[in-house]
Ligand binder design. Sequence first.
Ligand code: PXG
Length: 461
Amino acid sequence: MDTPVVRNSTAAWKRADGDHHIHPFTDNEALRRKGGPRIIVKASGSVMVDSEGNRIIDAMSGLWCVNVGYGREELARAAYDQMSELAFYNTFFKTTTPPPVELAEKLATLTPGDLNRFFFACSGSEANDTILRFVKRYWNLMGKPAKKTVISRINAYHGSTTASASLGGMSTMHEMDDLPIAGIEHVIQPYWYTGGGDLSEEEFGLVAARAVEDKILELGPENVAAFFGEPLQGSGGAILPPSNYWPEINRICRKYDILLVADEVICGFGRTGEWFGSTTFGIEPDIMTMAKGITSGYLPLSAVAVSDRVADVLYAKGGDLSHGYTYSGHPTACAVALANIAIIEREGLVERVRDDIGPYFQTRLRDAVADHPLVGNIRGIGLVAGLAIVEDKATRTFRTPVGTLAGRCHEICVEMGAMIRVSGDSMVMAPPLVITKEEVDTLMVIYRAALDKTAAEFGLV
Ligand code: PXG
């Protein structure tokens, strides 16, 4: 007979995890062989605790989402109150509940430009799938049905559904099951450190933007529907574009009448020191994707913000919108989003990131690691930062297979009590907007020590 599973035990959880739980973006067999995952059991503020009692500063905000930090009773109460009143009703077929209406009205006051109408879903992936459908619908209604191809970037991340993974430019995702789907074209990313060679950042910014223009001309502007981009590439390694990249993209999209979609899933709700990365980088989007920080991850929710230019056409000429998810505008998730936004406003978290903790974090990071022999390039803004880990700074040489050094450094960081993220040859941090200066200091001590240990282990000092 099987041994009964003992609950509340790390060993039992790990055994059950290995037997039954498929993890995303994980070599599940390797994880199982190595003894299973770290199990996070509670958290408060920016610090989480695992099932063995280790305290870890969460320098990744869960997965780029817990902007207001952990343990907010106010958010639990908002969910409790809404669930008690009305846990669920749908927004299809001429009905709604109050929270999505109030949330849409609130978001219209926060988003830039004329992004005034909002469609809700549960994840960033679903939101991007929705946008793909809206964009095609828009051009059909405009009488330009040939305008269907979408341009995006290599090493972009837009989600994991078939369409959103195709929009993204992650080669490992494409290799998995023969993506991208038809009608999506990828151009170079604006990553100066690896792509810029001898060019200045500004020179390379123009080259990267002109790659979009070249692609449009190659395809014919009459065939191009939209350009998709993250204001800064999060998953791809916290890659900030040169400052002239987005203004040039605005110009190109306007010139050829192409919809500009800003995927704000990571940048939205304060990460860059503005409510949206579009403001930080001077992007003028026609459509915006938001998720993660909209509820600080307390419940799954995403939104598509649609400009009047696009929404007016969809409304006036579109008739029935044949699209929607059961949980579009879920009242409990929307109630939590409203309470979350109220916290961000009341505590001035966006301003805190812009004026106080963001600059502090960026300065302390550079003080701590800029001179390190493994650190080839540091970039960041607000509370997001990435480092390129190199074997040889002078030649920008990465260790092959790419990520070996960064991967080991990541393991050491976590062992020392800092949860960071590694992406290829980059190490990334994006802590909660409430992180304290003391926690930032501790993070930097750990970061430096982990880099030193990595360099020593690889014989690079
Ligand atoms: N767009 C962007 C810019 C994202 O970062 C999505 C869309 C998809 O959202 P959902 O909710 O469907 O996951 C994301 C998600 C990482 C990591 O570690 C980042 C994401 C997801 C998983 C891992 O970098 N971002």
